[in-house]
Design a protein around this ligand. Structure first.
Ligand code: ATP
Ligand code: MG
Length: 389
């Protein structure tokens, strides 16, 4: 039995004149993401996107799983394809829906006939197929008002499509339609969630990670790669830049007053990230900051770091509680990796009493004690590039 996937678009349908751009990008993303599974035909007609594996040995479960992670899709169904003959449609429906009907107690059939040459009207198709299913599965009753399952039979030009279960899509808008931004990624819980949330709004990601060997280990970096691979299931592929940050952190430790250590380090992160972002045509930075979570995330501290760069900084978690963030991180499967205990550069040389209400003037005076430009150049010349697929 040949199975395909039928996709229902999300917010894209509200896009008016821009709709075509969004649809085209979604189709491009679908094709690109399915590429590793096997060749699939992706067809868009009358705002219904159909994905059909070209070969029988392509695993449709894998295709469905991949589709469920693509932004811009509100819902989708697996459907079986039948020849356009009413007897054949009945038999195929019963065969295809057997497992599903084991789990339900009532159903109804809806028919859509876009091929007007088909010799039965929509109500006639619904009646024929409904009657046959009721006879085949006597323990499942017809309920037109509140059924457990709605079986849909679509008669299209090329074939008949039968589907029942509607599965939830990833929502959002297609990645790439919202421009490009750089996510400052740590090994923590928050930043992978922030990356996911902005990708959901159509942003294509580039990742920047600061590492301070030997204070941070190779394993800590591998952890970040692992997190980004999970995010990439939703966002699609991205490039990760690892910035060697040790010298700058040691300079701050040696030259600046301890209570300003974190804030200056964070300002340097923003400045370096902005430069990497610009080299990669990114128009914004993204962080996983949440107001009040730690000393560097007070309104005063954020004001001091925000001003270190000229780009908009998106902080999608700013108003969220840790519990809410953890719920998303479990959903996107990053939580288990995030809680592995590896050090982050933010946790080396942390002051005992960081300034929670830093005064910008004083921060800048401390920062000026460091001749940071040559160190920035050196760090940027020694970026490590990792492709995340
Ligand atoms: P996370 O869980 O994302 O690590 P956090 O609650 O631990 O966040 P901080 O350590 O203060 O908070 O970091 C705030 C934000 O700064 C992070 O969400 C991330 O965007 C960025 N950040 C922190 N450490 C790094 C790093 N090593 N490389 C790149 N960005 C970082
Ligand atoms: Mg952190």
């Amino acid at each position: 039995m040949k199975e395909v996937i039928i996709i229902k678009l999300g917010e894209i349908v509200l896009k008016g004149l821009n709709r075509k751009t969004f649809e085209d990008r979604l189709i491009k993303n679908i094709k690109h993401r399915l590429h590793k599974i096997g060749p699939c035909k992706v067809k868009n007609s009358q705002s219904i996107i159909t994905v059909a594996p070209v070969f029988d040995d392509i695993d449709i479960d894998e295709v469905a799983d991949c589709i469920s992670h693509i932004f811009g899709i509100a819902a989708f169904s697996r459907a079986c394809v039948a020849e356009k003959d009413i007897e054949n449609i009945k038999i195929t429906s019963a065969e295809y829906l057997k497992d599903h009907f084991d789990r339900i107690t009532s159903f109804k059939v809806e028919a859509k006939r876009s091929d007007k040459k088909f010799p039965f009207t929509s109500p006639e198709i619904a009646r024929e197929v409904g009657g046959y299913l009721a006879d085949t599965f006597p323990e499942v009753t017809v309920d037109v008002h509140d059924p457990d399952a709605v079986v849909t039979v679509e008669i299209r030009d090329d074939a008949a499509y039968i589907h029942s279960e509607v599965l939830k899509g990833a929502g959002g808008i297609p990645v790439g339609t919202g421009g490009k931004a750089a996510i400052l990624i740590s090994g923590g819980i928050d930043s992978p969630v922030a990356a996911y949330m902005m990708a959901k709004r159509g942003i294509e990601l580039t990742a920047v990670h600061f590492a301070s060997p030997p204070y941070t280990s190779e394993r800590a970096e591998e952890k970040v790669v692992g997190l980004l691979e999970r995010v990439a299931k939703y966002s699609g592929r991205m490039t990760m830049y690892t910035v060697p940050f040790t010298k700058l952190q040691e300079e701050i430790r040696d030259k600046c007053h301890e209570e300003y250590f974190t804030i200056i380090m964070r300002r340097f992160m923003m400045m370096l990230s902005e430069r990497i972002a610009k080299q990669n045509e990114c128009q914004a930075l993204i962080t996983g900051e949440s107001l009040g979570q730690v000393a560097s995330q007070t309104i005063g501290a954020i004001a001091c770091t925000d001003i270190a760069c000229d780009m908009p900084v998106f902080r999608p978690l700013i108003g969220m509680d840790k519990e809410e963030i953890i719920t998303i991180s479990r959903k996107i499967d990053t939580f288990d990796i995030s809680i592995q205990p590896y050090e982050d550069c933010c946790t080396v040389f942390t002051p005992k009493h960081p300034r929670t209400r830093p005064v910008l003037k004083n921060v800048l005076a401390e920062e000026q004690k460091i001749d940071y430009e040559p160190l920035f150049s050196e760090a940027l010349q020694n970026l490590k590039v990792t492709e995340i697929n």
